[in-house]
Design a protein around this ligand. Structure first.
Ligand SMILES: C[S@@+](CC[C@H](N)C(=O)[O-])C[C@H]1O[C@@H](n2cnc3c(N)ncnc32)[C@H](O)[C@@H]1O
Length: 208
């Protein structure tokens, strides 16, 4: 498909997408919120008072949902390299999760509170070239796992977006070695033709 045709096809699919329509009606920042809502409904991973570090948070529909779930006693730190509008009860950090300073910035904000979940919807800018995109995506997902290694105490959890394709099964195996229970989840709100999935890993074994 030519670039123009594929952009048109994407636009047509976008305007007809029931989750896009629902997000607009409900005033959500993006359709992405429904994916986390589905995961929460099924697996009940979030509770009031929890401490969550969210990576790849802009424009912020997951942040809105997380802030609601954690309530006033929780702590939510939302990170994105792009600027995003504030969300009540969330601390927003603008920065690159792959930068050397990110762990220090996060530790300063967390001020010693133990993190219950690292939650990532991070995805890189895609080029349209399958191999390059698969490599970029995998690299970013590995950075998320490395950051979680620095932040999580034993028993805590990690939810992250990944793409099925080259390197996925080895990547998944590496997560299984670090966490007691690992599921691959495909929410209904994630487009069926997309290779996007979420890895839900609980029971962090601690830095090996
Ligand atoms: C699909 S969007 C997230 C949507 C979000 N969950 C929501 O509900 O609005 C992916 C985000 O990952 C961010 N991202 C990608 N690479 C990043 C990096 N290295 N550091 C920080 N954010 C990054 C992008 O800027 C983008 O905002």
């Amino acid at each position: 498909m030519s670039g123009v045709k594929s952009t048109r096809a994407w636009f047509k699919q976008h305007v007809n997408d029931p989750f896009v329509k629902r997000a607009q009606l409900e005033g959500q920042r993006s359709r992405a919120g429904f994916k986390l809502a589905e995961i929460q409904e099924k697996y009940r991973i979030l509770r009031p008072g929890m401490v969550v570090v969210e990576l790849g948070a802009a424009p912020g529909s997951w942040t809105q949902l997380l802030a609601k779930q954690l309530g006033t006693n929780g702590l939510l730190v939302a990170v994105d390299r792009s600027p995003m509008q504030s969300v009540p009860q969330a601390i927003i950090l603008q920065g690159d999760i792959e930068s050397d300073s990110m762990i220090n910035d996060l530790s300063a904000v967390l001020a010693g509170r133990a993190v219950n979940w690292v939650i990532s919807d991070c995805s890189p800018d895609l080029t349209g070239t399958t191999t390059t995109d698969a490599l970029r995506t995998l690299h970013l997902a590995q950075s998320v796992v490395a950051l979680a290694d620095e932040l999580l105490p034993q028993g805590a959890g990690l939810l992250l977006k990944a793409f099925q394709g080259a390197g996925f099964s080895v990547f998944l195996q590496s997560i299984k070695e670090k966490y007691d229970k690992v599921r691959v989840v495909k929410p209904k709100a994630s487009r069926a033709q997309s290779r996007e999935v979420y890895i839900l890993a609980s029971g962090y074994k601690g830095k090996l």
